[in-house]
Design a protein around this ligand. Structure first.
Ligand SMILES: Nc1ncnc2c1ncn2[C@@H]1O[C@H](COP(=O)(O)OP(=O)(O)OP(=O)(O)O)[C@@H](O)[C@H]1O
Ligand SMILES: [Mg+2]
Length: 363
């Protein structure tokens, strides 16, 4: 199973420019998490910090028991082998064909024979839909294909932690859904801890188990998907709906005067953009039939059950609904597959305590 990544009090600046401060979150082992946030809020800087390519000045990043901000370079080298990373720009070697690009980590970090390497590379190329393109140079393929080649390369070492920076950028909506499905399937297959950075609302609503958001140098929230997807925070609602009305502006700082001016324009009939109806929870994507069960689903259910009483009321209601759906039938709702006898016994016992408490407040 993938390993937990625990970040505490993390602060990063470049010179006098503070990127984000006091970021605390845990990527639960083997679960899929997503980090959202407007452009320039430091999502890529955060990913690079997790693998030790950038060095935050304060806080800790504990991976598999090692704080990578304090460990030796030899320990960091070992920790890095746990990771598969898809960088935002794909970061392929321009002079190597796709086969050699994808094979690179295997040749660099393992003593596998060329025939073993070929087998692994072709398997990953097939997974990302690039079979037949092995001989192409990165300059000869589309942006979306480069992205998928980068993902194949991130997977060849069977990583325990997978970081993907905007896997959807440059992809059409259909390919974005395919890549979303691929990420879910990878999680089902190797049970890796996955962090996806994305701007894509469909992906954010349907793929991750957990979602966080960076805005104005802070982590606005991080937790089970139901928390962000039911949030009433203006910045979250604006982001999910993609409208101009709200605290996010074209540049990072939007002042009260600009907000009032934009609101006045919209009140006078100007279209604020966005789609206006992005609200609430939609079912989470499941692994493709025939794949192994996503073990993360049952683990997450158990974990969320324990922290549920600490979550906002909207999130509690949404979580309870999904628990009811999974315990009431064969996965009709937002969760994968059936559960073991033990799990279904646990859920009704819980229902009696937590949910009633939350509804008392409403009644
Ligand atoms: N190596 C660096 N040196 C100095 N400043 C940097 C460096 N890398 C990033 N920055 C700055 O950090 C800020 C956050 O950048 P980052 O690339 O993490 O944003 P992002 O949230 O990933 O944005 P996008 O959604 O557009 O990819 C930006 O202001 C950027 O200029
Ligand atoms: Mg980025």
């Amino acid at each position: 199973m993938g390993v937990e990544v625990s970040v505490e009090g993390l602060t990063k600046s470049f010179g006098s420019q503070r990127i984000w401060q006091d970021v605390t979150l845990t990527l639960p082992a083997g679960e899929v998490s997503a980090l959202l946030g407007p452009s320039g809020t430091g999502k890529s800087v955060f990913l690079k910090s997790l693998i030790g390519l950038l060095r935050p000045e304060q806080g800790s990043i504990v991976i598999d028991g090692t704080n990578i901000l304090e460990c030796s370079s030899k320990e960091l080298y070992e920790i890095r082998k746990l990771f598969g990373v898809l960088f935002q720009d794909g970061a392929l070697f321009g002079s190597m064909n796709l086969f050699d690009n994808v094979a690179f980590p295997l040749r660099e970090h393992t003593k596998k024979s060329e025939s073993e390497i070929r087998k692994i590379v072709m398997e990953k190329m097939e997974l990302v839909g690039l079979l037949g393109a092995e001989d192409k140079l990165p300059g000869e393929i589309s942006g979306g294909m480069r992205k998928r080649a980068g993902l194949a390369r991130a997977l060849v070492l069977d990583p325990q932690i997978i970081l993907v920076d905007e896997p959807d950028s440059g992809l059409d909506p259909v390919r974005t859904t395919y890549i979303s499905q691929t990420l879910i399937d990878i999680n089902a297959e190797i049970d890796a801890t996955i962090l996806i950075v994305s701007h894509n609302i469909n992906l954010a609503r349907t793929v991750p188990d957990n979602i966080g958001m960076l805005f104005r140098r802070h982590l606005v929230m991080f937790g089970p998907r139901e928390v962000l997807l039911t949030s009433e925070e203006p910045v979250v609602k604006q982001f999910l709906n993609g409208t101009m009305i709200g605290p996010i502006g074209m540049s990072e700082e939007k002042d009260e005067a600009q907000m009032a001016q934009e609101q006045a324009m919209v009140d006078a009939g100007h279209h604020a953009g966005g789609v206006d109806d992005v609200e609430g929870i939609v079912p989470q994507m499941k692994a493709t039939p025939g794949m192994p069960f996503r073990q993360a689903v049952a683990r997450r259910q158990e974990r969320v059950r324990h922290i549920m009483h600490t979550l906002p009321e909207n999130a509690q209601i949404a979580i309870q609904e999904s628990l009811d759906e999974t315990s009431g039938g064969n996965g009709g709702g937002g969760y994968d597959y059936a559960y073991s006898q033990e799990d279904t016994q646990v859920i009704p016992a819980y229902r009696g305590e937590g949910y009633e408490n939350t509804t008392h407040g409403q009644g």
